[in-house]
Design a protein around this ligand. Structure first.
Ligand code: TMP
Length: 206
């Protein structure tokens, strides 16, 4: 099996941080070579763009926001993701293009067809092999966001924004069920952990 490109995604407050540790442990226990990275970010330029994009003071149009996500993504693919995969190292990215379809598309209303054009141009056919989509009901997401000490530019959005983001994620997963494992993250940690491990084991056939 070639090196696999795996992404973890979901609305804010879905529990990505906790479950990244579960994924890390799954790879470590099997001694599989892996790099963990994130979007927006993953490179020096990507991290600089992340700061700009998450800063509540930033004024940015929705098209510019969408383009900046793809600028960071292009550099990330070119200098981190593809080189690792070429060397036989699995890649786990905390968010990827599904987030653009969900946040800029669903949340902000950028036409999905426009995002698809950028996706094609930037990714040149490179897509995740497996996406673990953490899902929680809106009220759980909102309650977890409310606990954030300092809300970033996205976390400051209202419930209807996150409702559209969640719907967009779920629509994408429903349209390509072979690529997604939708995990109900609104349960006891141990049960969520078991589902994530099962999805990885199924995908890797181990
Ligand atoms: P996070 O890493 O804490 O999830 O924060 C990243 C934020 O950026 C999150 O609110 C989702 C948002 N985002 C987009 O809006 N579009 C994207 O393409 C990506 C990768 C993230």
């Amino acid at each position: 099996m070639n090196a696999q490109f795996i992404t973890l995604d979901g609305i804010d407050g879905a529990g990505k941080s906790t479950n990244l540790a579960v994924i890390q442990a799954w790879f470590d226990e099997r001694r599989l070579p892996v790099v963990f990275t994130r979007e927006p970010g993953g490179t020096a330029m990507g991290e600089a763009l992340r700061e700009l994009l998450l800063n509540p003071q930033t004024q940015v149009s929705l098209r510019a926001e969408t383009l900046l996500m793809f600028v960071a993504r292009q550099q990330h693919l070119e200098s981190v993701i593809r080189p690792a995969l070429d060397e036989g190292i699995h890649v786990v990215s905390d968010r990827f293009t599904d987030a653009t379809f969900a946040y800029q598309g669903g949340g902000r209303g950028v036409p999905l067809a426009d995002i698809e054009i950028l996706e094609q141009w930037v990714q040149q056919g490179q897509h995740p092999d497996l996406t673990l989509l953490l899902d929680v009901p809106l009220d759980v997401s909102m309650a977890r966001i409310a606990q954030a000490r300092q809300k970033d530019r996205f976390e400051q959005e209202q419930a209807d924004f996150f409702m559209r983001v969640r719907e967009a994620y779920l629509n994408r997963a429903a349209a390509a069920p072979q690529r997604y494992a939708v995990i109900d993250s609104n349960r006891e940690r141990e049960l969520v952990k078991q589902d994530i491990e099962a999805a990885l084991s199924r995908h890797f056939g181990i």
